[in-house]
Design a protein around this ligand. Structure first.
Ligand code: SF4
Length: 401
């Protein structure tokens, strides 16, 4: 449970700063998160030109959100997928129950901040299902029972020794003397049968194209392909601000996100447009061949539409969650996502916590920001992150001070 009161927030941050293991791991990762995107962007300068186009498209979608939600849902249905709009986490749970069915089922998941937001894994576990995270970092977070420390690198704060200890606790055959290569090989072995036996695969979506209903998913480990391809049912839970008007712009957003996360080219970019099918025998179309026979898209609001008209915080909805702002932030570099709220953290975390959790909590957390604006300087969407944080500070003084 993330602390809500000021003195508890202080205590958590103080403990984090004093933890030398976390400090060491964050130092290394902050440098990597800061420098890798710079290298990518100088090597592939055409990526810079996507920024304005993607921002404009996202603004257009946010201005006409109902129109684009409607278009996306119709497009998903046209390609034989099933589309739903869920306003709240309870509505998502109800829909997921409907498709996962009676427990116990084996559910595999790829990393998704939206499912973290609604605590879907915990919900399904409470219902009696076995849920396994398939991204290595997220698997470590699941075993540790913690929150992800970075949007694309959830276990950045963990040392190798800690990772080994956690993996051993679930039966992965690793030891303190295992090399990183051996650890990864053993995780691959551990997950292999789980991928094959899973009843349902749940993913998020880096973006979804309204004109076709195609979901875009980026991955480097290859786990997303297995999660969305091997089980008979694939459920994609995608927040409404991830909608892009068309395939071309969705592709550009996906590349921009990968580049600004410093992972370019992404090893895998999956485009999923409906269930797998064949008509090879007597020209009768049968759904569910090697990939899922059912693809369900749940568009999730979760408080976002309430902020569309907010004069300052609305801009956070343009965020593509690359996490680049975190690597340059002097506060995040010593606190990680312990500073930011129950799910999100660092500069982008303030706005997201206000939108998806609690504006009052976000305002309290914003007091730790130095307003140096380094986050704003690197944001590929030109979001004035420091101004959002400044606004949250002002609201704290004005409304609750
Ligand atoms: S303005 Fe605040 S959130 Fe942004 S980089 Fe500086 S300290 Fe971090």
């Amino acid at each position: 449970m993330y602390p809500l009161e000021m003195e508890d927030i202080y205590r958590v941050l103080e403990e984090t700063i004093r933890d030398t293991g976390v400090r060491r791991a964050l130092e290394v990762s902050s440098e990597r998160i800061e420098k890798n995107p710079m290298k990518v962007l100088s090597r592939y300068p055409y990526l810079e030109s996507f920024r304005e186009e993607v921002r404009k498209a996202k603004e257009e979608v946010l201005r006409n959100i109902d129109y684009y939600i409607d278009m996306t849902m119709k497009s998903v249905e046209e390609i034989m997928g099933t589309a739903h709009l869920a306003k709240s986490r309870d509505e998502v749970f109800k829909l997921v129950d409907q498709y996962v069915g009676e427990p116990p089922k084996l559910v595999i998941k790829s990393k998704s901040m939206v499912t973290e937001e609604i605590k879907l894994r915990e919900y399904l576990e409470r219902k009696g299902h076995r849920v396994v995270e398939t991204d290595l970092g997220e698997l470590l977070i699941q075993i540790a029972g913690e929150k992800p420390m970075h949007t694309i690198a959830p276990a950045v704060h963990m040392t190798k020794e800690r990772a080994v200890k956690l993996l051993r606790s679930v039966g992965v055959k690793v030891s303190e003397s295992s090399t990183l290569e051996e650890i990864v090989a053993q995780v691959r072995h551990y997950l292999r049968n789980i991928f094959i036996e899973a009843d349902v695969g749940i993913s998020g979506g880096n973006t979804i194209a309204a004109d076709t209903g195609a979901i875009f998913l980026i991955s480097n480990e290859g786990n997303i392909r297995n999660t969305t391809n091997l089980p008979p049912i694939h459920i994609a839970i995608i927040s409404i601000e991830k909608i892009m008007p068309n395939m071309e712009l969705a592709y550009k957003q996906a590349l921009l996100q990968a580049a600004n996360a410093g992972l370019y080219p992404p090893t895998y970019l999956s485009i999923i447009a409906g269930p797998s099918s064949t008509a090879d025998i007597e020209q009768k179309r049968i759904y569910g061949v090697h990939g899922p026979g059912k693809v369900i898209v749940i568009l999730y609001d979760g408080g976002r539409s309430k902020y569309l008209d907010d004069p300052v915080i609305w801009e956070q909805l343009l965020c593509i969650k690359c996490g680049r702002c975190q690597g340059v932030c002097p506060v995040w570099s010593i606190t990680g996502n312990y500073w930011g709220g129950p799910v999100y953290g660092g500069p982008m975390g303030m706005g997201w916590t206000a939108i998806t959790e609690d504006e009052r909590l976000a305002s309290r957390l914003s007091l730790f920001c130095l307003l140096c604006a380094r986050c704003t300087e690197v944001c590929p969407m030109d979001i004035q992150l420091h101004k959002i944080i400044h606004e949250l500070k002002a609201r704290l003084m004005g409304r609750w001070g």
